[in-house]
Each structure stands twice: as C-alpha cells, then as structure tokens.
Design a protein around this ligand. Structure first.
Ligand code: ADP
Length: 490
C-alpha cells in the first residue's frame, strides 16, 4: 500500500491518543482488506474500552484549552487542515479506493466535499451568536450565550471513509469541542491519514483522538462514559438504536444518521433523459452503497417501458472493476455479507416475477479480482411491493423499477417505509412539485436533481432514519449548548 503513495508517512498502523500514535494495550491487531482483491492492506490495532477511556480522558483534558481559543484561532487550524487535505488529495484518494473499493473519481469527489465541510465550518464557527432578549423587568437584563457541548464521540461508517468524519469533526472543533473518533473497522486508513494531516496542521494534541477495533466494546464505553456529552453517529438503524439507548444512561445528546430506503419517482411529464441519468447515478453511486441511494424507482405507467429501456442502456455502459483503473465507473461491494444481500434481493425479486434487464450476477472477473466482492449493476423490471427490495435497503447496485398510475398511489408507496432520509422526484409541473415535496415524509428532497449533498445544506432524516442534522448552520447548532443568563441589576 505505502508503495502507491507519494507520502507514505501519512499512514500509521495505530490509533491516536493525546497526540501519540499507539497500538492496542494488549498488542492485538485485525486485518484491513482491499474489497477488490481480498488482499490484506494493513494490520490495525484492535482497541477496546480501556483505550477508549484513555482517549476520552485526553479529549477531556484538552477541552478547556481548545474551548478558550477564539473562534478565529480555531478557524485558522481548520483552514490549515483543509489546505493540507487538498494538497494530499491524490494519496487520500488512493488510500480510500484501496480500502473501500469506490472508483478513484468518486474518491476524489468525496475528498473535495469533505474538505469543503472543513472550510465551511471554519468560517461558520466565527458566526456563532447569542441573543440579548427584551427584558421583562427594569431590574434585570436577559441574555443567551452558546457554548460547546464538551467531549464528542464520533462513530463513522465505511461507505464514505472521509466525509462522514469531516462533517462531524469540523463542526465539533469549530464549536470548541474536542473529539474521540471511531472510524469504521473496514476503512480506518483514510481516517489515519486525516488525523495525521490534522496533526501537521498544528491542531493541538488531544483535540482529535482516534480509536478503532472492537466496535461494541468501544461504543459501550463511549455511551457509558459520562465525560462524553454527545454522540455523532452514521451507520445502521440497529446500531443507532443501541447507541441511543446507551446514551440515555448519561443523558447525552445524540445525532443519528441511519438507514434509508429512498424512492425516486418519475412522473409522466418528466424530462426522461434527466430522470434516467439521475436514477442511474443515484441508485448506483458507490455501487449502491450510500444511505441516500435511490433504492426504489417508481415510474408512471405511460412511460414505464420507454424509461426502462433508457435506464438499461445507461447501465449497460458502466464499467465494473478495480477502482484504481482508469475508466472504471463501479467498484466492488465492501464485503461478502454486502454481496450476499444483493444476491438475495435479486433472487427474491425474480422468484416473485421481476425481469432482469441488465446485470443480475457476479461478473466473473479474472484473478486477482475473482476474490473481490463484485456484483454487476442490475436493472429489474416488474418490481412489486411484496419484494424485499421494496421494504429493505439493498445497499448494492440494484435498480428496481416499480410501476404506478396516480400521484396519491405513488406517494403512499413512497412513504410506506419506516425510513425517511432522502427522496427524489422528476416533474415539470409546478403545482405537483410543491404538493409532492410536502407530502413525501423525508428529511431531504431532490426535485429534478439527485446530487444534492452540500456542506451548506442540512443533511438528515425523519422517522427511523435518524435525529438531528449534519452540515450547515443546523449541523453546527448540534455541538452547542444554549445558556441563559439572567442578570439582576439590584
Ligand atoms: P454498516 O452497515 O454501515 O456497517 P454499522 O452500524 O454496523 O453499519 O457500522 C457503522 C459504524 O458503527 C462503524 O464504525 C461500526 O464499527 C460501528 N458499530 C458497529 N457496532 C457498534 C456498536 N455496538 N457500538 C458502537 N459502534 C458500533
């Protein structure tokens, strides 16, 4: 791995506690593998509760000092971190593609977006403001100030090894909080490179700490430790529920960004080219492994056959393979269980009458990629609501096409899920646009657009897709406590 990097010193096979790169206390390790080949990339420390406690203690010890800086001073650190990330974006992209499989172009786009969060929160941290309230009595004045919540624990997934980290750490640091990060076990190397660059940016020891290894043990300590005042989590709904339960014991704040089951609706009046392009991009981005990927595509009956062909033509042009290779547009799935789930969803749909228009199987690549967890991008026609791909998040390269007739029917189907993260629809009708946008029970709506994520806009869901928002001024507020000061004038 290091031979592929311009700057191999970006990597450490270690966690970071109080500015020191450390192995697990008991020297235990686990292997990180390249999902395209199954080859071992690194042996990382298998840390547990003890190391987590030490990391929390380091973050806690540093909190008063970090909090006492001015927002402008903290912004200068974040700005230097941002610049270093961009300077090393080629290496970070290589590391990311190797450990999570996404094509290099997608890795670079993630780095640009992740760095944008760092820059934006550096700026926004300087605009944290309180209030002076109109007093209720001449004998007093009434004020509101904002203060950092304290030590933050951040737990992130493997599908966006960088941007899920920056959208938590950047606002935390901008607000004056210190952090203990637990990156996903499958993708710790991108996180290590980011932490190394934070160190080079001069961010003081103990402000960003990082542990990795035994997730349940680390997570249990994070939620039980009363010094931790907030958990920021992106991952599965099951783990999110566990963390929320655990956080109740010490009444911590939680921000949860959990699963999705995004609908993408194509109305009869839509721009079909735009919609076909959007559907393919949204459903198959990162091989379908994003929480906002279109999971169910609903197409009006008047255009169903035509649209199915347009989507199939586009999918047939995708190139599957090693994300480091030029021209490859789709990489492997992250793991065998991930692959098994897609295979099961396709088999289930076919057994219930769906037709495979494209893909539908593992691609049979030559060595060393025969050991990779690849699946062909797959279009299914004739999908119906009794299929697993309707009710479950596939998290793989599957694009099932459902048919509908009326607006009410499609809204009902789109909302028929416990999730509520992102939804997309295509129409040119203004009245319909408003009505459907209001009726869809989702935290984010893409209207004639699927690429809607941005550092300036609130990201998050309703229902069992989560709590709170990341990015934007709303995301910064999650790291601030409100303090009311009533000042008696005697
Ligand atoms: P995914 O399906 O995306 O892997 P997970 O929820 O399993 O979703 O993983 C997201 C993050 O949550 C990862 O960093 C993982 O290590 C972590 N995680 C998994 N189990 C626990 C747990 N019991 N406590 C805390 N974190 C956990």
């Amino acid at each position: 791995l290091t031979s592929k990097l311009k700057d191999p010193s970006l990597l450490h096979a270690a966690g970071l506690i109080d500015g020191k790169w450390l192995g697990a206390w008991n020297s235990a390790t686990y292997e990180v593998k390249n999902p395209a080949t199954g080859k071992v990339l690194a042996k990382m420390p298998l840390m547990r509760a003890d190391e987590t406690r030490a990391a929390v203690a380091a973050a806690s010890a540093m909190f008063p000092q970090w909090k006492a800086l001015t927002a402008k001073e903290r912004a200068a650190y974040l700005r230097r971190w941002h610049d270093l990330i961009l300077q090393h974006s080629d290496d970070i992209a290589t590391i990311m593609t190797l450990e999570c499989g996404k094509p290099l172009g997608e890795a670079k786009a993630e780095i640009v977006g992740g760095a944008a969060s760092v820059e934006w929160f550096a700026e926004e941290g300087r605009r944290i403001t309180g209030d002076v309230l109109e007093t209720v009595g001449r004998d007093r004045r009434m004020l509101v100030i904002k203060q950092p919540v304290g030590v933050v624990a951040a737990i992130t997934p493997w599908n966006f090894p960088m941007s899920m980290i920056t959208r938590k750490i950047a606002p935390a640091l901008a607000a004056g909080c210190t952090v203990v990060l637990k990156p996903a076990e499958l993708t710790p190397l991108t996180a290590v490179a980011l932490a190394e660059l934070a160190d080079r940016a001069g961010i003081p020891d103990g402000v960003i700490n990082m542990v990795m290894g035994d997730a349940p043990s680390i997570g249990t300590e994070m939620v039980a430790n009363e010094v931790v005042r907030k958990i920021g989590f992106t991952g599965s709904t099951a783990v999110g529920k566990l963390l929320m339960q655990g956080a109740a014991s010490t009444v911590k704040r939680v921000s949860l960004e959990l699963g999705g089951n995004a609908p993408l609706i194509v109305f009869g009046d839509a721009d079909l080219e735009l919609a076909a392009k959007g559907a393919v991009m949204s459903a198959l981005r990162n091989a379908g492994q994003t929480c906002i990927c279109a999971n169910r595509v609903f197409v009006h009956s008047s255009i169903y056959d035509k649209f199915s062909e347009m989507v199939t033509d586009r999918v047939n042009k995708l190139k599957i393979g090693d994300g480091l290779e030029a021209g490859v547009t789709m990489g492997p799935l992250i793991s065998k269980p991930g692959l098994d789930k897609v295979i099961a969803h396709v088999a289930d749909a076919v057994s219930k009458g769906a037709q495979i228009m494209s893909g539908g199987k593992t691609p049979g690549l030559a060595a060393p990629y025969d050991a990779g967890t690849f699946f062909e991008p797959t279009v299914l026609k004739g999908a119906s609501i009794d299929m697993r791909c309707f009710s479950e998040e596939t998290f793989g390269p599957l694009l099932p096409l459902f048919k509908f007739d009326t607006d009410d029917e499609v809204v009902m189907m789109a909302n028929k899920t416990e999730y509520g993260l992102a939804a997309y629809f295509y129409t040119k009708d203004l009245a319909r646009a408003w009505r459907i946008a209001e009726e869809l029970e989702y935290g984010m709506i893409g209207l004639n657009e699927v690429a809607m994520t941005s550092e300036v806009a609130p990201f998050g869901g309703v229902k069992q897709s989560g709590l709170g928002r990341e990015q934007s001024k709303y995301g910064l507020a999650e790291f601030l406590d409100i303090k009311y000061i009533c000042m008696g004038l005697g």
